[in-house]
Design a protein around this ligand. Structure first.
Ligand code: GLC
Length: 550
């Protein structure tokens, strides 16, 4: 079954709120967020007006990569709760009208997974090793089998005591599975059914572009500079030895068959860092319903660049009749309330180097742009993925002391990079308290004092807060944004404006240095500016939603 009736498929227009489990809400005071903590706070997400939650991995894990190192996909880590807690969460979400998307990690397991432990104990060439990627080394066995580098830095191979090497495209605690092995496929499909039977409404497939690998012998070296996670425009066209290979699509079709066997059919979204012209392949009608569109993460805050990204994204999604998706932030990237104001020459990753130099950013511009970006994101046709805390306008925390940083990116870069923890600092719920309402004790990462006035409590009663802006926008979006209405640009005005209509909604974003008058024949529904209303003039970095006056 494919989604041939677009209007009936909830995910096509959904606002999906990403919960990063460790940092959302801690019910038991161990400093880590957990499932009962989420359940207790789901009302916040329902009141915000989201349609669904995407919950990052909560399965048993030694937590070398925040839970993306899964030791057992069909259980809950005791630090996060129990299977009963997962059931209670799903039930409560459904009662509040929220769908639940869980995050599933097919490419690799934890090195503590039963299969990998078995493989370590088994001899070279044994069936237990065949579920992973064990190979002999080069030279006299002391060199890794290839020059492949891991995404987190350093070689993608680790040697085990008997001399063989295993592949880990991420950290050494995350051995890659061999997806040509039938048992790997069968077991994974059993995992999908396990969660579908418990009532989840869909899956986010982690690293969906990485499962199929070319293991023909001899294994191919890549050469210098060919190891990147982001392979946009890399020219490999489906023949990179491990990223975005053509063979991955047969696996995705298999997943789709599993979810389509459920009624109503569940949804699926790919995290696939594929080259642009190949992204649409993931959303062909018999593959996944959606693929994250990460293009805003690298688009400069300029009208021409944003417009080009929007047009290209719409065209790509249309090529397979998939709904477009939009992302400004997630748990892997610098929060956009900081990123959008980084000086143009500063790469967000370099901003987080640990050499003590953190170039200041203009926090007023950052806040203005983040609010305008929210109205832009939520006006676009398709599905919007929000990252927890963006509704509060939370900035990145770039100056975490290095001794608290846990991200493997930090450790694998020998401390040179801070990594991704600055966007994972636990949420502030209240103005005060040991962890600003996150939990009864201190949080696993310290929150800066600037998070207190941004807390849910501080923003809730304030009609001009970012939280209120998101709430109003989401409420209006329900009636005004039509995913299948064509987006129409209004040109002829200033080239530094974004100005488009979609159905009855008109969205204008001013990216010029000058104020601009809003079109007179429209009602102003909402503006991102912090000045007192009415605001017929849009200042720099402000956005407005309008509707045609009768
Ligand atoms: C994805 C996740 C990221 C994780 C990686 C390895 O990119 O979003 O957080 O580290 O996969 O599983």
């Amino acid at each position: 079954m494919t989604d041939t009736r677009p209007g009936d498929a909830w995910w096509r227009t959904a606002v999906v709120y990403q919960i990063y489990v460790r940092s959302f809400s801690d019910s038991d005071g161990d400093g880590l967020g957990d499932l009962p903590g989420i359940t207790a706070r789901l009302r916040h997400i329902a009141d915000l007006g989201a349609d669904a939650v995407w919950i990052t991995p909560f399965y048993p894990s030694p937590m070398h990569d925040g839970g993306y190192d899964v030791a057992d996909h069909r259980d809950v880590d005791p630090r996060f709760g129990t299977l009963d807690d997962a059931d209670a969460l799903i039930e409560r979400a459904h009662a509040l009208g929220l769908r639940v998307i869980t995050d599933i990690v097919p490419n690799h397991t934890s090195d503590q997974h039963g299969w990998f432990q078995e493989a370590l104990e088994a001899p070279s060439g044994s069936p237990a090793r065949a579920r992973y990627v064990f190979r002999d080394g080069r030279a006299d066995g002391t060199e890794p089998p290839t020059d492949w580098q891991s995404v987190f830095g350093g070689p993608a191979w680790r040697r085990v005591p008997d001399g063989q090497w295993y592949l880990h495209l991420f950290g050494p605690h995350q051995p890659d599975l061999d997806w040509s092995h039938p048992e790997v496929r069968e077991d994974f499909e059993a995992t999908l059914r396990f969660w579908l039977d418990r009532g989840v409404d869909g899956f986010r497939f982690d690293v969906a572009h990485g499962m199929a690998k070319d293991f023909s012998t001899p294994l191919r070296d890549l050469g210098p500079g060919q190891v990147h996670h982001r392979i946009v425009g890399d020219g490999w066209e489906g023949d990179h030895p491990f990223w975005d290979r053509d063979d991955v699509h047969a696996l995705l079709r298999g997943f789709r068959r599993v979810t389509d066997a459920y009624s109503p059919p569940r949804t699926t979204v790919a995290e696939s860092w594929a080259a642009l012209d190949r992204r649409a392949l993931y959303t062909r009608p018999d593959e996944l319903h959606q693929a994250f569109n990460f293009d805003f993460l690298t688009t400069p805050w300029r009208a021409d660049a944003l417009r080009a990204t929007i047009d290209r994204s719409l065209a790509l999604a249309a090529s397979t009749a998939a709904a477009p998706t939009w992302v400004l932030s997630n748990h892997d990237v610098v929060r956009h309330a900081s990123r959008l104001a980084l000086p143009a020459c500063v790469d967000p990753d370099d901003w987080l180097l640990t050499d003590g130099r953190i170039p200041a950013i203009d926090s007023d511009a950052a806040a203005r742009r983040a609010r305008a970006a929210a109205l832009l994101l939520l006006a676009l046709p398709g599905a919007a993925y929000l990252y927890q805390g963006e509704e509060l306008g939370l900035p990145e925390v770039p100056d975490l002391p290095t001794d608290v940083v846990q991200d493997p990116v930090h450790h694998r870069s020998a401390g040179r990079r801070k990594g991704r923890d600055g966007c994972r600092v636990p949420l502030p719920w209240t103005r005060g308290g040991p962890s600003l309402g996150f939990g009864p004790g201190p949080a696993w990462l310290p929150q800066p004092s600037s998070y207190s006035p941004l807390s849910v409590e501080a923003q809730s009663g304030d009609p001009r807060s970012t939280l209120s802006l998101y709430r109003k926008a989401l409420a209006l979006r329900r009636t005004l944004v039509h995913v299948d209405a064509p987006l129409q640009w209004h040109s002829g005005r200033d080239a530094a404006l974004l100005d488009f209509s979609i159905g009855p909604l008109r969205c204008v974003v001013n990216l010029s240095n000058e104020p601009t008058a809003l079109p007179a024949d429209h009602l102003i529904l909402l503006t991102s500016g912090l000045r007192a209303a009415p605001q017929e003039t849009l200042m720099r970095d402000e956005a407005a939603w309008l509707s045609k006056s009768e």
